[in-house]
Design a protein around this ligand. Structure first.
Ligand code: TRP
Length: 360
């Protein structure tokens, strides 16, 4: 157990270093990259997604990197029965993507369920991994530990499917949080083994590139109770909430009895989390924000945080409301993205068939 944690620490530090190198390379030559990342549509996007990933994706897209954004609908079903609210989650996700500045003319937005050739990559990929490898995946193990049900075959193998998400478009840049690092490593292993076993179509390069994780720079945002953000706890500020709903939610946020507000994530996680959220919204450093509240206590902190969040999200919310009011447009954006993703996936699958002598 202990060596496992040490290994994970080492992987994280290595990825942080690598992310710095990648940022430098991106600044020099964004055209050397193809980016793929995405979300499981299990609920609504919230402020953690906004600062942790959405704004970063928009930044990278605007630097000119070719971007693919996956709404990973098949990943919804690996740990639950049925598809409650799926369509609603998907359309709300599309609205949040566009409202945040994802531009469908520059970014391919798609659902993997609509891309047959992507899913077919799962078969050759499964032959490249062992069940022991899959059972060792720390993220899958952690998720299983919080579930009150047996592991499904899809849950055991979804990191391989995620490799197909990444490799169908030959992405080499995958912006993710640290919990996704084991899946990116699995993707690299699959790409390498495919090359070793089946060789190349173009002798100058392997069929699949080595994808790199790009870790997001903003730290983790916690739920309003200081716990991990989760829909079932009702501790998240969803992007689609009204200003009033946001204010009510923040009123219930956990703080402590020390009236002097400080930024001290180690010893005062809940208070510091609110300070951090406010600081992110204001574009200021958290120490300065804490000092400004001073002896204002939890009440002063919540008041400031509520105003900061509602001001910062006002434009996003107005845009998303307009978008949600016109679902036909959003579904058309998805259909166009799916069409483009299918073209890319078909081309990759043709190459895979050729490498595997299955091009009859
Ligand atoms: N598993 C990711 C998550 O839970 C979502 C996802 C699916 C993804 N396919 C991907 C992320 C490919 C990056 C690349 O957030």
């Amino acid at each position: 157990m202990e060596t496992e944690t040490l290994d994970q620490d080492k992987t994280l530090r290595r990825s942080e270093e690598r992310s710095k190198e990648l940022e430098a390379q991106i600044a020099k030559d964004p055209s050397a990259f193809r980016l793929l990342t995405g979300d499981r549509p299990t609920g609504r996007l919230h402020i953690g997604h906004y600062f942790g990933s959405l704004t970063n994706r928009v930044r990278l897209q605007n630097l000119g990197i070719e971007t693919f954004l996956i709404v990973a609908d098949y990943q919804v079903i690996y740990d639950r029965d049925g598809v409650d609210g799926l369509k609603d989650n998907v359309i709300n996700m599309l609205a949040d993507y566009l409202a945040a500045g994802i531009d469908p003319h520059r970014t391919v937005i798609f659902t993997h369920s609509a891309v047959t050739a992507l899913n077919q990559l799962l078969l050759p990929f499964l032959a490249l991994v062992t069940d022991a490898e899959l059972r060792r995946n720390p993220t899958v193990k952690d998720e299983l530990a919080t579930l009150n049900r047996p592991m499904s075959g899809l849950m055991l193998t979804f990191p391989v499917h995620q490799a197909a998400d990444i490799l169908f478009c030959k992405a080499n840049l995958v912006p993710v949080g640290k919990d996704q690092l084991p899946h990116i490593e699995q993707t690299r292993v699959i790409a390498r083994r495919f090359d070793e076993r089946y060789g190349r179509v173009d002798p100058s390069r392997p069929v699949f590139p080595q994808a790199d994780a790009l870790l997001s720079r903003s730290g983790t945002i916690l739920g309003l109770d200081g716990q991990k953000m989760s829909k079932s706890r009702g501790n998240t500020i969803e992007l689609g909430m009204t200003a009033d709903q946001t204010a009510k939610l923040l009123k219930r946020a956990v703080t402590d009895s020390d009236r002097r507000i400080t930024f001290d994530p180690e010893n005062r996680p809940e208070v510091s989390n609110l300070v951090n959220i406010a600081a992110l919204c204001l574009g200021r450093d958290p120490e300065g924000v804490a000092a400004e509240i001073g002896d204002g206590g939890g009440g002063g902190l919540k008041q400031l945080a509520t105003a900061a969040v509602n001001d910062h999200l006002a434009e996003h919310r107005a845009r998303r409301a307009e978008l949600v009011a016109n679902p036909d447009h959003l579904w058309q954006v998805l259909r166009d993205g799916n069409e483009r993703a299918n073209e890319v996936a078909e081309a990759t699958l043709a190459e895979v068939r050729q490498a595997m002598s299955m091009d009859y």
